[in-house]
Every structure is written in structure tokens, then in C-alpha cells.
Design a protein around this ligand. Structure first.
Ligand SMILES: NC(=O)c1ccc[n+]([C@@H]2O[C@H](COP(=O)([O-])OP(=O)(O)OC[C@H]3O[C@@H](n4cnc5c(N)ncnc54)[C@H](OP(=O)(O)O)[C@@H]3O)[C@@H](O)[C@H]2O)c1
Length: 313
């Protein structure tokens, strides 16, 4: 059996472009013999069906949470990409998966972490603390046989811009304005990143023949340019041809809805409201991107391009 690169979270925001880019990056290299296995919990979903059409990729219906050491050994998994979910049990589930990977002899792991300024032990918000804890675990000597890189991206532009795109689409349909809701601050610049570019960076790392230079590295990823909430509103106004009447910056009301509709601890879920604070303080700007990332694959897609795709796509 050929050695395998396993993509967990293949159908999601970042995994999709890992699966799309990896076959072309491996072509003609010493790693062209690698098999690419993309995981999904449902091979019937539209996202999984789209991936299944890509040449050089095998789709496997398997929840990564239930994968054990033997499963990885049987498939000769040498390298792994993982974009884990963000739920309160993420440390237990990703931690288990990574210990199984270590025991199965996996050589290199690329994982998605979160916004660098939030990855601290004392962060109020639960999920960046989970990412911090996973990175700490991987940093211990017991894990030294498995190289790893943890990507710490800024907020994903498609998610952050969806309410603005919906506002534009609704206006075009009805001629009436609703309100534009935004997580970012009115005047503090931040470099939102297209999640597609995050996956392309991960694909480049997975295709590197030598992984030692990237071992134990936490890489900061931002989009190519800073943008403020007011600048996003200007982009919206170009689409609708008139001033926006109702803009809500720093709008986190959706987190209340999320907490109210969940069976998880409200105290834990509501802590998510603290996540944008570092960006509102100007700590998530384009200048913080790691130089290694700019050399490997500099993220390219601007907020304006992402908004266009959301409106027209
Ligand atoms: N959103 C942001 O702005 C942002 C910014 C920075 C960092 N992050 C980090 O990005 C990571 C997530 O990456 P992503 O957005 O690429 O992933 P994602 O799109 O949320 O999820 C990837 C895939 O994982 C599978 N999945 C979802 N929930 C699952 C569960 N509970 N158990 C097992 N499989 C599950 C789904 O695939 P199937 O349904 O096909 O199985 C999904 O398509 C998080 O750790 C988050 O902290 C997010």
C-alpha cells in the first residue's frame, strides 16, 4: 500500500482547498506516490460529492473522532491535516486523535489553530485555550517523533462577511435596507483571511519533502491587507448605490442565540464573546503574518474579492 496523507475536516472551510491543491503540489515530486484520503461523515453531502470529482483523491466516509491507532496503521498514514471542530470537548477529541496518530507512527501533522493573539493559557474564551493546550501537548518531548505545524489564522473572511453579503442580496431583491451586522470594529484595522488561502498554505506544508524546518512551529496567518468595519461598509455601499442606514459594528448577538439553543454550558459558550477583543485592540493586523508563510505561500485574496464571490457566487 502507498503511504497516505489523511485530510480530516476535508469538506470544511479550510480542508476543501487542502484537498484541491495537494494533488497538483505533489505531482512530479518524490511524494507523487502518496495517496490522499479525504474524510467526511457523509459521502452524500454536496461538499463531499464535489471533492469526490477531484482527480487523485479518495473520499472515505469516516468520522475522524472515532479513528484509532490501528485504523491509521492499516492505511499507512504518514501525514495528517486536521481542522477540528470548536466544541467544548475539542481537547478530548482532537487530543485523542493526535495521541493515536503518535502511536501509529505518523510523521507530520498540520493543524488549524486560531487567531494568534488569542492562543494563551489565560484567554477568557474557551476554544483558543483548547488550541493553546493542544499546542502545549504537542510541544512535549513525548511527541518529538511526530513533526507538527499549527496554523493560527485571523477570522475567516467568508464567515465574517456573510451578513454584509446577505444585506446586499436582500437589497437587490427588494430595494429595501435591513441592517449590516459586523463582528469587526468600525475603525480598527484587521486582516481577515480567506479560509481558502489557509487551506492552500496547509497544502504547501503537507507537500514539503523536509518537514523538520516546520516542526513545532506556530505560524501566524492573515489576509493580504487590513480593513476596518467602515471600509467594509463603503464596499457594501458601492453594491447598493446609496448610504447604509443601519450598521452594527462589534455585533455579537448571534452568540446569545447559539448559547440559548445549545445543551452545552452557557458560561462556556458565552465566553466566545471575548474572541474578537484582541482584533478590536489592533492585535490581528497583516503585519503579524509569519515571514515563513509569506515565503511559502502568501495569502492573496482580499476582503473585496471574498465579498464579490459571496454576492455573485
Ligand atoms: N471561523 C473562523 O473565523 C476561524 C478563524 C480562525 C480559526 N478557526 C479555527 O478553524 C477550525 C475549524 O476549521 P474549519 O472552519 O476549516 O472547519 P469546519 O469547516 O468547521 O469543519 C470541517 C469539517 O469537519 C467536520 N465536522 C464538523 N463538526 C464535526 C464534529 N463535531 N465531529 C467530527 N467532524 C466534524 C465537517 O465535515 P463532514 O460533515 O463532511 O464530516 C466539516 O465540514 C476551528 O478549530 C477554529 O478554531 C476558525
Amino acid at each position: 500500500m502507498a503511504p497516505t496523507i489523511l485530510i480530516a475536516g476535508a469538506t470544511g472551510n479550510t480542508g476543501r482547498s487542502v484537498v484541491e491543491k495537494l494533488p497538483e503540489l505533489l505531482k512530479g515530486t518524490d511524494m507523487s506516490c502518496y495517496r490522499i484520503l479525504a474524510l467526511t461523515r457523509s459521502a452524500n453531502s454536496a461538499a463531499a460529492k464535489a471533492l469526490a470529482k477531484l482527480p487523485g483523491v479518495e473520499i472515505v466516509e469516516q468520522n475522524w473522532v472515532e479513528i484509532d491507532e490501528q485504523w491509521l496503521r492499516e492505511r499507512e498514514v504518514h501525514r495528517i491535516f486536521i481542522a477540528s471542530h470548536n466544541q467544548p470537548n475539542a481537547f478530548a477529541e482532537e487530543g485523542q486523535f493526535l495521541v493515536n496518530a503518535l502511536r501509529a507512527g505518523v510523521k507530520y501533522l498540520v493543524r488549524i489553530s486560531t487567531t494568534a493573539a488569542n492562543v494563551r493559557p489565560d484567554i477568557l474564551v474557551y476554544y483558543p485555550r483548547t488550541h493553546w493546550a493542544i499546542e502545549q501537548m504537542l510541544s512535549q518531548p513525548e511527541f518529538s517523533s511526530m513533526h507538527w505545524s499549527s496554523l493560527q489564522p485571523n477570522g475567516f473572511a467568508p464567515m465574517f462577511l456573510t451578513p454584509a453579503a446577505e444585506f446586499i442580496k436582500e437589497f437587490k431583491k427588494t430595494g429595501k435596507q435591513g441592517h449590516v451586522s459586523m463582528i469587526i470594529d468600525a475603525s480598527t484595522p484587521t486582516a481577515l483571511i480567506d479560509s481558502y488561502d489557509v487551506g492552500v498554505v496547509a497544502a504547501h506544508l503537507l507537500a514539503e519533502e523536509q518537514t523538520a524546518p516546520h516542526d513545532q512551529k506556530r505560524y501566524v496567518l492573515n489576509g493580504p491587507e487590513d480593513v476596518t468595519g467602515e471600509e467594509v461598509v463603503k464596499l457594501v455601499e458601492k453594491y447598493i448605490g446609496e448610504p447604509v442606514k443601519d450598521v452594527r459594528y462589534r455585533d455579537l448577538s448571534f452568540i446569545d442565540d447559539m448559547a440559548n439553543n445549545s445543551s452545552e454550558s452557557k458560561n462556556v459558550l458565552l465566553s466566545i464573546k471575548g474572541a474578537p477583543t484582541t482584533s478590536w485592540e489592533g492585535k490581528a493586523k497583516a503585519e503579524t503574518t509569519s515571514k515563513e508563510i509569506l515565503e511559502l505561500y502568501a495569502p492573496k485574496r482580499t476582503v473585496s474579492e471574498v465579498l464579490k464571490e459571496l454576492v455573485e457566487g
